[in-house]
Write a protein that binds this ligand. Structure first.
Ligand code: SF4
Ligand code: SF4
Length: 230
């Protein structure tokens, strides 16, 4: 956003290349295991509270692609000041992570920062509280519906080196993997679905050990190597 909104540059090859590199190496494993806000939502969801399924809310998944296009790319590019500079619209107006990890601890530690907090902080704090409450009820609502980084890695899932594989010979179609998936993916039909965060819950639940991670090119099954030596 900073580069798109700057007056000198319009496209960051470094950042885009970095996202593509991480996306190809890991896909949405980043969401499952590296993102601190994903972890935060995960912890909130463990708190006893009435839980709701997101299966019927699947169309909301597409909001994050709109956020990526509009707030991260188009608004910083098109809405500029007299110097030709745009705002980082997503970070400034939507992302609750900056409030959680930046504004709140800084304002607790520093009285002058506390005194300077205004309407924007109130707005973003409201977004944070909304997602805290939603996370108690729904699994990872921000990852599923809003996060533009999640959208980028979702698009990389299909070409990522890290893939889910289902051994059709072992699968007995019990459906346990689909029921275990909190991202509402049926791994037997769509092993590299855009919503799969590579959490491994389906692997744990499968009674026949039909699901596994695969890293790299090719289509090998776990026993292929063994078989080829026999
Ligand atoms: S349970 Fe399986 S299919 Fe669902 S998100 Fe986790 S790894 Fe992906
Ligand atoms: S849990 Fe395992 S055996 Fe059951 S449907 Fe999924 S992959 Fe097949």
């Amino acid at each position: 956003q900073a580069v798109i909104g700057s007056s000198k540059f319009k496209f960051s090859y470094y950042i885009t290349g970095f996202f593509i590199l991480i996306g190809v190496l890991l896909g949405r494993f980043v969401c499952g295991f590296l993102c601190p806000f994903g972890w935060f939502q995960e912890l909130l969801h463990k708190i006893p509270f009435k839980k709701f399924s997101t299966k019927k809310l699947k169309p909301l998944r597409y909001i994050k692609y709109g956020v990526l296009l509009i707030f991260v790319i188009l608004l910083p590019l098109l809405v500029t000041n007299s110097l030709g500079m745009g705002n980082p619209f997503f970070c400034k107006y939507l992302c609750p992570q900056g409030v959680l990890e930046g504004a709140i601890p800084l304002s607790i530690a520093n009285a002058s920062i506390r005194a300077a907090l205004g309407k924007l902080f109130t707005w973003k704090f409201g977004i944070l509280i909304t997602f805290v409450i939603l996370s108690l009820m729904f699994y990872r609502p921000f990852c599923k519906w809003i996060c533009p980084l999640g959208a980028i890695y979702a698009l990389c899932n299909k070409v990522s080196f890290l893939q889910m594989k289902v051994d059709e010979d072992k699968c007995v179609s019990c459906g346990k993997c689909e029921r275990a998936c909190k991202m509402d993916v049926d791994v037997t039909k769509h092993p590299n679905h855009t919503e799969c965060i590579r959490c491994g819950m389906c692997i744990k639940e499968c009674p026949t050990e039909a699901i596994h991670y695969q890293y790299g090119f090719g289509n090998s099954k776990p026993n292929d190597k063994k078989a080829s030596h026999e």
